[in-house]
Structure formats: structure tokens, C-alpha cells
Design a protein around this ligand. Structure first.
Ligand code: NDP
Ligand code: DGY
Length: 328
């Protein structure tokens, strides 16, 4: 008698780049349900779609909590997120159920660092505002003080969270002539010595930095870290940049700091919520540059992230090695 192996079921919550889909289609071990859209799957659909599934490939905007895990049921062996951030995963519930987690560290470090540097320069040198002036006729002639901003040469840069991305940002900023690199976090980093990085208390970083870049992960200890007290310790001429997660910042306090002259400018690649409503007060400010969470958005990086997420998913459903498994 011939036995036919039953295919494992996997659910993919968004259209993903071809590099990932090709691996998934070529695999003979699973049957794929794909939410075939660039827009998020509605929660009710997701709860229905995951029923009985063995593997889930999700995005950072999908909340993976007890309700979802219950809806999936006991077959679920692996959650593979197409992101390095995993703050959308309720790890306690996932661990309780013995489910493995895959994520995408490292492969998006360069793209995210590059974007963060671009955002810092755009914010400090007022690029969106300057482009607008050209278009609206505000550019009447060369003026000594027109569109002046802040330069990196001779400056002090403070990085909050000198992890993979924080370090890659620092490496790219130093050649602009940065004089001092300060960083804060939970632990001093050995590779910071290559840049003469100084591990300092957060208050020192806030008081002495001309540019502050947030690149830590979102955790209970970092949620709302950048609040009224935080901004009040910064220099009035300092530029604040966040490419980690929106919830690290108290946006009401940031708005107040930007409008009262407490700080010079802010560049945000991440906000709360995402998307930021188009009538949000921060979007009315000339000294605030907001991007739609595009840190890792290069074609090549997104392709690699998709492929890695699928490999994690396939390893997880088969109970074999996952190339990037989160240990928690
Ligand atoms: P890493 O784990 O390498 O770095 C995280 C950093 O956060 C570490 O330096 C860590 O410091 C720091 N950190 C953690 N907890 C705290 C804390 N309580 N206080 C201060 N610092 C803390 O991750 P990556 O560099 O790869 O990614 C960082 C984050 O960037 C991701 O979690 C994600 O949220 C975000 N991201 C955003 C992207 C975008 O598109 N804008 C793209 C990719 C990532 P320590 O080592 O001392 O614990
Ligand atoms: C991540 O991976 O966590 C980013 O936010 C998106 O690439």
C-alpha cells in the first residue's frame, strides 16, 4: 500500500517578494495559503485563515498574541516574521506553546543604516523644506541665512542602542568628520572601540550630543523612553532621529519639544500608529521629517528578507534547522 504524506499547512499574511515565493512554491512539503495583497489581512480573516496551520509567515504589523495562537490551534510549530523587530510577537504566549520563532537579523542592517543616515542628513539640512521652497517660489535669491541647518563635521553623535544597526549607522556617520561618538544601552560594546565610542549614561548622551539616533529594540524598558524629560535634557540645537520603533517616542512630548524650540528638528522613519494619520500634528511641522517605515526598503534587501523568512518557515514546520531562529 502506498502512503501519501500529508502536506503541512502554512499561512502567509502578505504578498512577499518573488525571492521568497519561489522557494515556497518549489517546496514539496507544504500547502500555502497566501493573503495575496500588499495591504494587511483584516484581523477576522487572519483568525480564520490560521486555523489548523503548521507555520505562519507574518509581517511586523500583524499582532501575534494569545487570541491568534488559540485560533491557530495546537498544530502551529513556527512563526516566521519578515522583520528583525519582534515586538509584535507576544513571546510569553508563544513560548508557553513551544512554538519556534524565525526572524531576519543582519540582512537588513546595511539598508536600514543607510536610510537612517539619509534621514539624519535630510532632517539636519532641511531637504524636504528646501525642495518645497524651490517648487513654491520661496527661492527668490541666494541669501546668507536661507535654509541653514546643522552639519556633522566636528559634532558629537549619540546612538541609543548600539546594536547591529546602531553600529552600522555610527560607522557611516564617523567619516563625515564626527568628533565624538557616545552611546547608551544595557551593555558596553567591544566593537565600539574601533570608533572610539564612549559608553555613557543616557543623561550624558542627551546633554552632550548634537545628533541623537535611536536604534534600540522596542521593549518594556524602551517604550516611551523619549519623553518630555528626555527632550528637556537635549541641546536646543540638537537633531533627533528615530529608526527603531514609534512606541519608543512619546509623540505628544516630541511635538511640544519641536514647537517650543526645546530641540531643533526630528526625523522619524517609524511612528505610532503606522500609518500616521495625515492630519497628525507632527506632519504640520517644517522641522519634522516623517518617512513611512522604509528603513529596509531596497529591492535586494526585501528579497533577501523574504527568502530568509521562507527558509525559517520551512525549517520550523519540518522540525529542522532554521537559518535565523530567535532564542528566547
Ligand atoms: P540589535 O538586537 O542588534 O540591537 C538592539 C539594540 O537595542 C541593542 O544595542 C540593545 O542594547 C538595545 N536595547 C535593547 N534594550 C534596551 C534598553 N532597555 N535600553 C537601551 N537599549 C536597549 O537589533 P538591530 O540593530 O538589528 O535592530 C534594532 C531595531 O531596529 C529592531 O528591533 C527594529 O525595531 C528596528 N528596525 C527598524 C527598521 C526600519 O525599517 N526602520 C529596520 C530594521 C530594524 P544592548 O545590546 O546593550 O542590550
Ligand atoms: C524590521 O525588520 O524590524 C523593520 O522594522 C522592517 O524591516
Amino acid at each position: 500500500m502506498q502512503t501519501v504524506a500529508k502536506l503541512m499547512k502554512v499561512y502567509v499574511t502578505r504578498r512577499i517578494p518573488q525571492e521568497g515565493m519561489k522557494i515556497l512554491s518549489a517546496s514539496s512539503v507544504c500547502e500555502v495559503s497566501l493573503w495575496d495583497s500588499d495591504e494587511p489581512v483584516p484581523r477576522a480573516e487572519l483568525l480564520k485563515g490560521v486555523q489548523g496551520t503548521h507555520g505562519l509567515l507574518c509581517m511586523l504589523s500583524d499582532k501575534i498574541d494569545a487570541e491568534l495562537l488559540d485560533a491557530a490551534g495546537p498544530n502551529l510549530k513556527v512563526i516566521s516574521t519578515m522583520s528583525v523587530g519582534f515586538d509584535h510577537l507576544v513571546l510569553g504566549e508563544i513560548k508557553k506553546r513551544g512554538i519556534r520563532v524565525g526572524y531576519t537579523p543582519g540582512v537588513l542592517t546595511d539598508a536600514t543604516a543607510e536610510l537612517t543616515v539619509a534621514l539624519l542628513l535630510a532632517t539636519a539640512r532641511r531637504l524636504p523644506e528646501a525642495v518645497e521652497e524651490v517648487k513654491n517660489g520661496g527661492w527668490t535669491c541666494w541669501k546668507p541665512l536661507m535654509m541653514c541647518g546643522y552639519g556633522l563635521s566636528g559634532s558629537t553623535v549619540g546612538v541609543i542602542g548600539l546594536g547591529r544597526i546602531g553600529m552600522a549607522i555610527a560607522r557611516r556617520l564617523m567619516p563625515f568628520g564626527v568628533k565624538r561618538l557616545l552611546y547608551s544601552g544595557r551593555t558596553a560594546k567591544a566593537d565600539a572601540t574601533e570608533l572610539n565610542g564612549e559608553f555613557v549614561p543616557l543623561d550624558t548622551l542627551l546633554a552632550e550630543s548634537d545628533f541623537i539616533v535611536v536604534s534600540c529594540s522596542l521593549a518594556p524598558e524602551t517604550q516611551g523612553l523619549c519623553d518630555k524629560a528626555f527632550f528637556s535634557k537635549m541641546k536646543k540645537t540638537a537633531v533627533f532621529v528615530n529608526s527603531s520603533r514609534g512606541a519608543v517616542v512619546n509623540q505628544e512630548d516630541l511635538y511640544e519639544a519641536l514647537t517650543s524650540g526645546q530641540i531643533a528638528a526630528a526625523g522619524l522613519d517609524v511612528t505610532t500608529p503606522e500609518p500616521l494619520p495625515t492630519n497628525h500634528p507632527l506632519l504640520t511641522l517644517k522641522n519634522c521629517v516623517v518617512l513611512p517605515h522604509i528603513g529596509s526598503a531596497t529591492y535586494s534587501t526585501r528579497g533577501i528578507m523574504a527568502a530568509l523568512s521562507v527558509q525559517n518557515l520551512l525549517g520550523g514546520i519540518q522540525g529542522t534547522e532554521m537559518p535565523s531562529e530567535l532564542k528566547f
